[in-house]
Design a protein around this ligand. Structure first.
Ligand code: ARG
Length: 479
C-alpha cells in the first residue's frame, strides 16, 4: 500500500476495484507480490498528461461518430480537467493496486463522473492506449532535446568565433600532427550535434503516428474515425496495421539509438576536456562550479562533470541494448514484455537532457589557455607536412619530398631545435628548390592560414563557418 493510500479511505468505490478479483472470471485477487512485480504506475505516471490528452481525443472522436453522447463527452472532459489539476497540484492518489497510469486515471474518472467514465474505454484497449501515450510523451521530449542540441551548438559556435585564431596542436594517434585552431576544433562538435539534431527530427516523424483505434490487436467493431483522433492529437499519420500498431516499438529503438549517439559525442568531448584540464596539458580552465575537490588531496580540482557524462554514456547505450533485446523475438501482437519499454526510454530522455543542460552551461565557461596551446602546437614538428607540400609545389614528387623532410626533422631533433631554426643554407643542403620564403610555411600561422578551403582549419574558413552557423541559428529562431 502506498503512503497516500493510507491518508484516504474510499472503500467500495471504483478506486479499490483491484483489491477484489480482476473480474467475474477470477476467483481470487492478484497476489500482493504479483501486483508489485507487474505494476508500472510507479514509473508510467509521468505519462499522465499524455494519457489524458489521448483519452480526450478518443472520447471526442467517439462522440462525433455517435458511439457516445455529447453529454458523455462533456462529462469526460470535465472529469479529466479536474484530474489533470489534481495531478499537477500533487493531490492525485496514485495506487499500485490499479497497476498503471491508465487504470489509475480511468478509475478516478469513473469515481468523479460515473457511467460516462466507464464508457470512455469503448472501442479502445490499454494496448493502443499505451502505445499512443508513449508516442505523445516522447514527441514532446524529443522537441526539448532538439532545443538543447541547438543551444549547445550556439554555445560552441560562440567559442569558435572567439577562438578562430587560437592555435592548438591537432592530434592523430594522440601525437601532435598539424596545427589547427581551437575554433575549428569546437566546430567539429557542432557538426556532430547537427547530425544528432537531424536524427532526432527524422525519427520524430516515425514516433508521430497514431496507433489509437487499433484497440487490443485487431481493431474494433465500433464505427470509429481513426483519422480524426490522430488529427486531434497532432499525429502526422495513422498506423496502418492494427497488429503492428499495438506492438511496434521501433521508434523507441531509434530514439535510444539517437540518444546513444548524442552521448557518444558528449563522451568524446568529455574525454578531451578531461585531458585538456590535466596539469600536463593545461589547455583549458573549467569554471569552478563544474569541478570538485578531493577529500584527501587539497590541491585537486577534478573534472567531475565531463567524467560523469562520459560514464553516463554507457547507461544510455545500455538503454538501447535493453530496447533491442526487448523486441527481439517478440511475437505479434501486444505482450506484457512491452511494459519494459518505458524505463529505458525515460532513462535515456532524463540522462540526455540533464547532460545537455550541463554542457550548455559548462562549454560556455570553457577558457582556453592560448599560450599553452600554442606552445604545445610548436613542439613536435607540426609544420613538417607544410614543408613537404612546399617542396612538392616546386616540382619535387610528394613521396620524395616526404622523405627529404623526414631527414630535415631528424637533423632538427638531433639539435633539439625547430625546423624554422635551421638556416637557409642548411635547409638548401636537403633540396636546392628551397628559398627564403620557406620560413613563411614553417610558421604555425602560415600553416593554418594555408588550409584555406571548405572544412579547412584556416581562421578565414572558421569565420566563414561561424557566419554560416549564425545564419542557420537566425533562421531557426524565425521558425
Ligand atoms: N502498463 C501496460 C504497459 O505499459 C499497459 C498495457 C497493458 N495491456 C495489457 N493487455 N495488459 O504496456
Amino acid at each position: 500500500m502506498t503512503q497516500e493510500h493510507n491518508q484516504h479511505n474510499h472503500s467500495a468505490d471504483p478506486l479499490h476495484a483491484k483489491k477484489e478479483a480482476w473480474s467475474g472470471r477470477f476467483s481470487e485477487p492478484v497476489a500482493e507480490f504479483v501486483l508489485r512485480y507487474t505494476q508500472s504506475v510507479s514509473f508510467d505516471k509521468r505519462m499522465a498528461m499524455a494519457d489524458i490528452a489521448g483519452s480526450l481525443a478518443h472520447a471526442r472522436m467517439l462522440a462525433t461518430c455517435g458511439v457516445i453522447s455529447e453529454k458523455d463527452f462533456s462529462d469526460i472532459e470535465r472529469g479529466m480537467n479536474q484530474i489533470a489539476d489534481e495531478i499537477r497540484t500533487g493531490k492525485f492518489l496514485w495506487q499500485l493496486e490499479l497497476e498503471d497510469v491508465h487504470l489509475n486515471i480511468e478509475a478516478r474518472l469513473t469515481q468523479l463522473i460515473g457511467d460516462a467514465g466507464k464508457r470512455l474505454h469503448t472501442g479502445r484497449s490499454r494496448n493502443d492506449q499505451v502505445a499512443t501515450d508513449v508516442r505523445l510523451y516522447l514527441r514532446t521530449e524529443i522537441d526539448e532535446i532538439i532545443g538543447l542540441l541547438c543551444h549547445l551548438q550556439e554555445v560552441l559556435v560562440a567559442q569558435a568565433a572567439k577562438e578562430a585564431d587560437t592555435i592548438m596542436p591537432g592530434f592523430t594517434h594522440m601525437q601532435v600532427a598539424q596545427p589547427v585552431t581551437f575554433g575549428h576544433h569546437m566546430l567539429a562538435y557542432v557538426e556532430m550535434f547537427e547530425r544528432d539534431r537531424e536524427r532526432m527530427s527524422d525519427l520524430r516523424r516515425r514516433v508521430n503516428r497514431s496507433p489509437l483505434g487499433a484497440a487490443a490487436l485487431a481493431g474494433t467493431t465500433y464505427p470509429i474515425d481513426r483519422e480524426q483522433s490522430a488529427r486531434l492529437l497532432g499525429f502526422e499519420a495513422v498506423a496502418q496495421n492494427s497488429l503492428d500498431a499495438v506492438s511496434d516499438r521501433d521508434f523507441a529503438i531509434e530514439f535510444t539509438s539517437a540518444a546513444s549517439l548524442v552521448m557518444i559525442h558528449i563522451s568524446r568531448l568529455s574525454e578531451e576536456l578531461v585531458y585538456w584540464m590535466s596539469q600536463s596539458f593545461s589547455f583549458i580552465k573549467l569554471p569552478d562550479r563544474f569541478t570538485t575537490g578531493s577529500s584527501i588531496m587539497p590541491q585537486k580540482k577534478n573534472p567531475d562533470v565531463p567524467e560523469t557524462a562520459r560514464g553516463k554514456c554507457s547507461r544510455v547505450v545500455g538503454d538501447l541494448v535493453t530496447m533491442a533485446m526487448l523486441m527481439k523475438g517478440l511475437p505479434l501482437a501486444y505482450n506484457k514484455d512491452l511494459q519494459e519499454d518505458k524505463e529505458p526510454v525515460f532513462d535515456a530522455i532524463d540522462t540526455v537532457k540533464d547532460t545537455l543542460r550541463a554542457f550548455v552551461e559548462m562549454m560556455a565557461g570553457v577558457e582556453p589557455n592560448r599560450e599553452r596551446m600554442r606552445q604545445a602546437a610548436a613542439s613536435g614538428y607540426p609544420t613538417a607536412t607544410d614543408l613537404a607540400d612546399y617542396l612538392a609545389r616546386r616540382g619535387v614528387p610528394f613521396r620524395t619530398a616526404h622523405d627529404i623532410v623526414g631527414r630535415v626533422v631528424r637533423l632538427a631533433s638531433e639539435r633539439a631545435c625547430d625546423i624554422a631554426d635551421l638556416s637557409l643554407q642548411e635547409l638548401r643542403e636537403f633540396s636546392d628548390v628551397i628559398t627564403e620564403d620557406v620560413y613563411d610555411v614553417l610558421t604555425l600561422e602560415g600553416s593554418i592560414a594555408a588550409r584555406n578551403h571548405i572544412g579547412g582549419t584556416a581562421p578565414e574558413q572558421v569565420r566563414r563557418q561561424v557566419a554560416r552557423w549564425e545564419a542557420i541559428f537566425a533562421e531557426r529562431a524565425r521558425q
